[in-house]
Design a protein around this ligand. Structure first.
Ligand SMILES: Cc1cc2nc3c(=O)[nH]c(=O)nc-3n(C[C@H](O)[C@H](O)[C@H](O)COP(=O)(O)OP(=O)(O)OC[C@H]3O[C@@H](n4cnc5c(N)ncnc54)[C@H](O)[C@@H]3O)c2cc1C
Length: 220
């Protein structure tokens, strides 16, 4: 598992005022996502189900991580420099205000000024315009609320992979052999992040390049 302390949550003025304590799992137990064809039309987007928390152990680990982060937030040293903690989520609202444009720049400048005002105003703004769903106190005192919060708000970090996994000929779930050749199809190889047998517990760009280099080096 991984923890990050971030003193600026986004490029804009509000992001500069909101620090984050972030926890995530690099190597999950949950590995049962799937990609399904949505239609017989090859141009149609497939249905992708990441199913990020299919294994309860990952839910428990994230709840544990959240409680650790929250305990830090409750220490006197952190309380002295930060207040009004809230359980953060990457909602549509956050996504929209995160788009880099003049409108968001101006809007966030105004909100940031208000957040700098009296604590009561800051609390009102955060509870009414930032938090969606649970408050900090709710998730800290009610285990069910924390579990629901974690299940609803967990996101992935763009490491989609393993949909065409490489494996032995007798593995019914493998799609390609060690050369990237698609089983049962002549003249077709897949050489990208989709052939990973499991999601790597690190960034995926270099492993993708390595797969490509390795398979290319064996071809004449
Ligand atoms: C926002 C974001 C941030 C990331 N940050 C990092 C990072 O910091 N470090 C890191 O290691 N990894 C990072 N990754 C992950 C990394 O980029 C991917 O794991 C890696 O690029 C996967 O390589 P790939 O070749 O499998 O797929 P891609 O790089 O997605 O390549 C697929 C290519 O196929 C093309 N394509 C799709 N459909 C068709 C079609 N029908 N016909 C022809 N071409 C088509 C696409 O245009 C694309 O060029 C990030 C990913 C995202 C989305």
């Amino acid at each position: 598992m991984f923890t990050a302390v971030i003193n600026k949550s986004a490029w804009h003025a509000v992001g500069e005022q909101i620090a984050s304590l972030l926890t995530f799992i690099n190597r999950t137990y949950s590995e049962t996502g799937q990609v399904k064809l949505a239609s017989r039309d090859s141009r149609a987007e497939p249905v992708v189900e990441f199913n990020l928390l299919s294994d309860k152990r990952d839910v428990d680990r994230l709840m544990f991580g959240f409680r650790k982060m929250a305990a830090l937030q409750m220490t006197d040293m952190v309380k002295a420099v930060a207040d009004t903690p809230f359980p953060a989520s990457y909602t549509d609202k956050v996504r929209k205000i995160g788009v880099v444009n003049d409108k968001n720049k101006m809007l966030t400048a105004v909100i940031a000024k208000l957040l700098d005002g009296p604590q009561a105003l800051r609390r009102y703004m955060i509870e009414n315009f930032v938090v969606e769903g649970f408050t900090f106190d709710q998730v800290m005192t009610d285990g069910d609320a924390l579990e629901e919060f974690v299940k609803k708000n967990t996101i992935g970090v763009w490491h989609a992979s393993c949909t065409c996994r490489m494996g032995r000929a007798d593995d019914p779930m493998s799609v390609v052999d060690t050369q990237g050749r698609v089983k049962g199809v002549q003249g077709l190889r897949v050489v990208d992040a989709s052939v990973f047998p499991i999601v790597p517990c690190a960034n995926t760009n270099f492993p993708t390049l390595m797969v490509a280099e390795k398979i290319a080096s064996t071809m004449t």
